[in-house]
Design a protein around this ligand. Structure first.
Ligand SMILES: [Zn+2]
Length: 138
């Protein structure tokens, strides 16, 4: 079945989804920081790659990656409509994530990437551990 949206309309629709998704996952991580008394983070810092959270003193950048947009190995589905378009788009996203992580590390940053699914309540313990391990190591 052909996509009911034109390409332009489709990317408009999807970018709205992305916007909302990011906001939600960022808020979820913020709540998790608060519940576990993790302090020292800032949002919207002018750091390369626009990390979702930055711990300036620790030079630690945290990204929250949506499972769909960043191609999570567990939940990264590939839409059947416009398959070629999506394959290209999503693999470009992944490539960019890799470039950003490598560049930040070269600049002396520690980088933690958290999957959207790691923010689920049942995964929270592991997610906190992952962040605290990096914080302790600094
Ligand atoms: Zn996932």
């Amino acid at each position: 079945m052909p996509d009911v949206f034109t390409k332009r309309k489709r990317s408009e629709v999807m970018s709205r989804i992305r916007g909302r998704g990011n906001k939600e996952t960022e808020l979820a991580l913020m709540a998790l920081f608060r519940r576990h008394h993790i302090t020292g983070w800032r949002r919207s810092q002018p750091v390369f790659g626009k990390p979702d959270f930055v711990f300036p003193k620790l030079k630690l950048a945290v990204f929250v990656d949506g499972c769909f947009w960043h191609g999570c190995p567990k939940h990264g589905t590939k839409p059947a409509n416009n398959a070629a378009f999506w394959r290209k788009k999503l693999s470009a996203n992944k490539a960019r994530d890799g470039r950003v992580t490598r560049t930040l590390r070269r600049l002396g940053w520690r980088v933690v990437r958290i999957w959207e699914h790691e923010l689920a309540r049942k995964n929270e313990g592991r997610c906190v551990e992952k962040i605290q391990k990096v914080i302790r190591g600094s």
